[in-house]
Design a protein around this ligand. Structure first.
Ligand code: 5GP
Ligand code: MG
Length: 178
């Protein structure tokens, strides 16, 4: 893999598609065991999680339903610290087992905002699955139940994640080159 340029920044290879898929399969196998017979509602947080979610759900050995929500808190390469809800859920979550699918948990601001809103609607259970997690940046109040990779505090792109809307379609994950 070679380094790439998106807009004004250079990125170098970080996680290969093969590594990502192994982690996704592993997570799917754990989730399938934990939720067997429960038909959870999987809530995909757009846009960044769309590729991860598509790969994850195809590895699940159980019935599930899918719903999509769109939030945003990022501008450029750092979290803006405020979250705006851009899209409402189309499914009632009351009394349902909910799994929220995130691409990456950074400060935790986004997931805190979302889970707080969801909890007022009284789901039967509420868990988070994130492909990537930056423990050093995390200041959130909730536990991240399923994590693919713990990564340092660097800006990454690819496999759904963007830099100002470029890079989402990359098969591999890249990290910003200093
Ligand atoms: P948080 O609210 O946890 O600080 O940020 C979560 C959101 O910020 C993620 O869902 C993602 O959209 C974006 N984000 C956080 N870190 C990165 C990163 O390293 N690269 C990209 N492309 N987006 C990120
Ligand atoms: Mg996101």
């Amino acid at each position: 893999m070679e380094s790439i340029v998106l807009h004004d920044k250079r990125f170098k290879p970080y996680l290969s598609a093969e590594k990502i898929h192994a982690a996704v399969k592993q997570m799917a196998s754990t989730v399938s065991k934990d939720y067997e017979g429960l038909c959870p509602l999987i809530v995909v947080v757009l846009k960044g999680s769309f590729i991860f979610a598509a790969d994850l759900v195809r590895e699940l050995n159980m019935d599930c339903q899918l719903s999509f929500i769109r939030l945003s808190s990022y501008e450029g390469t750092s979290s803006s610290g405020t979250v705006s809800s851009l899209m409402q859920l189309d499914t009632d979550i009351t009394n349902r087992h909910i799994i929220v699918i995130e691409d990456i948990i950074d400060t935790g601001t986004t997931i805190d905002f979302l889970l707080k809103a969801f909890q007022t609607q009284q789901p039967k259970s509420l868990k988070i699955a994130s492909l990537l997690f930056k423990p050093k940046a995390f200041k959130g109040n909730y536990t991240i139940d399923y994590t693919g990779f713990e990564i340092p505090n660097d800006f990454i792109v690819g496999y759904g994640l963007d830099y100002n809307e470029l890079g989402r379609n990359l098969k591999d994950i890249y990290v910003i080159a200093e």
